[in-house]
Design a protein around this ligand. Structure first.
Ligand SMILES: Nc1ncnc2c1ncn2[C@@H]1O[C@H](COP(=O)(O)OP(=O)(O)OP(=O)(O)O)[C@@H](O)[C@H]1O
Ligand SMILES: [Mg+2]
Length: 321
């Protein structure tokens, strides 16, 4: 790990929903950092807390506890006006670009609004020029600006979502399942677009996805989440070559296109994830873990460095050698 301040630093992040007497523990004590220029993957089953983390990072939901720092600055204590400024640096691309675009606004107005909010274009002429440039950057045409969201295909709408995020010249983008609403044939185009833009704009990214193939392709490191907790953090190549945590092993073996060797060695995931209303004691994964022993029920395992750069939250370290 390099010594520089991470662009994003998440410490002991917790987000509970619902009444304090009966909380949904959506995110429960999660820590990680994202370095400048890095693309960090966030994977885990549905309901594991990925979107909640993505939103908490941008303060789109208020966290219950813990901190998120951007370039060392605590976002939780940023004033409203400071946060408005920081929002131009921190952007999000959603899974469903249609739901996130106002159907009554022409694309021109969607983008002009983003530019105006952050004072990034002076006057109509400059704004129009920026909009045309943005649309071209994402593979659309300037004349698309006068259309409404419903006049685009799913892939085109996602390009508009990307253009809107880019309009404010962000440094950091949370991409929350940006491909899952798209046809497979369109997904590759959007992946390529994200790769190009990442290079051009030196973007740092949190890439949230179910699709392990895309994560393997796009991400530098991966955080594996289960029931609101981090199970494993590793460089992408190492993780896919040799997943260490039993949950990561099961997740990779359960993927629709599992690596044949991994699928032979590891047992795919069985049954459902327990409710975050009532998580198991000790290790959250123990109720589905083929390696669980009685001690796993007693204490929640710490995330520990099991080999350089590889972190696992599992007491059965003898399995990792
Ligand atoms: N606003 C909310 N109110 C109550 N519970 C919520 C809210 N948002 C999320 N949750 C709960 O928090 C948990 C984590 O949800 P989250 O959306 O972060 O999961 P996810 O990993 O993004 O899932 P998916 O892969 O399906 O998008 C779930 O149990 C969910 O039901
Ligand atoms: Mg989600």
């Amino acid at each position: 790990m390099n010594g520089a301040t991470p662009l994003i630093e998440v410490r002991n992040l917790q987000k509970f929903f619902g009444p304090a007497s009966r909380p949904v523990r959506a995110v429960d004590d999660v820590s990680f950092e994202i370095h400048s220029g890095e693309t960090l993957g966030l994977v885990g089953e549905s309901g594991s807390g990925k979107s909640t983390i993505g939103r908490a990072l941008l303060r789109l939901v208020e966290s219950t506890a813990g901190s998120v720092k951007y370039r060392g600055e605590d976002l939780g204590s940023a004033s409203d006006s400071r946060m408005r400024f920081l929002r131009s640096k921190l952007q999000i691309i959603f899974q469903d670009p249609y739901a996130s675009l106002n159907p009554k606004m022409r694309i021109r107005d969607v983008l002009a609004e983003a530019l105006a909010t952050h004072g990034l274009a002076q006057g109509k002429g400059e704004s129009e020029a920026r909009i045309a440039e943005l649309l071209q950057r994402v593979g659309l045409r300037a004349e698309h600006a006068s259309r409404y969201p419903h006049e685009f295909s799913g892939g085109q709408r996602q390009r508009i979502g990307v253009a809107r995020a880019l309009a404010v010249a962000p440094e950091f983008i949370v991409a929350d399942e940006p491909l899952s609403a798209l046809d497979v044939s369109i997904q590759a185009q959007v992946v390529n677009l994200l790769c190009d833009l990442r290079e051009q704009f030196k973007l740092t990214m949190l890439f949230i996805s179910h699709d392990l193939d895309v994560v393997e392709y796009l991400c530098d490191r991966v955080v594996v989440l289960y029931l609101g907790r981090v199970m494993e953090v590793a460089p992408t190549e190492a993780l896919f070559a040799k997943p260490l945590h039993p949950y990561t092993q099961a997740l990779l073996a359960a993927s629709p296109k599992p690596d044949p060797e991994l699928a032979l060695v590891h047992v795919p995931l069985m049954g459902d994830m327990p409710s975050p209303l009532n998580p198991p004691s000790g290790c959250g994964f123990r109720t589905r873990c083929p390696q669980a022993i009685s001690a796993c029920a007693e204490q929640r395992p710490m995330l520990e460095e099991s080999s350089p750069g590889r972190w696992t939250a599992c007491i059965r370290k003898e399995l990792f050698t």
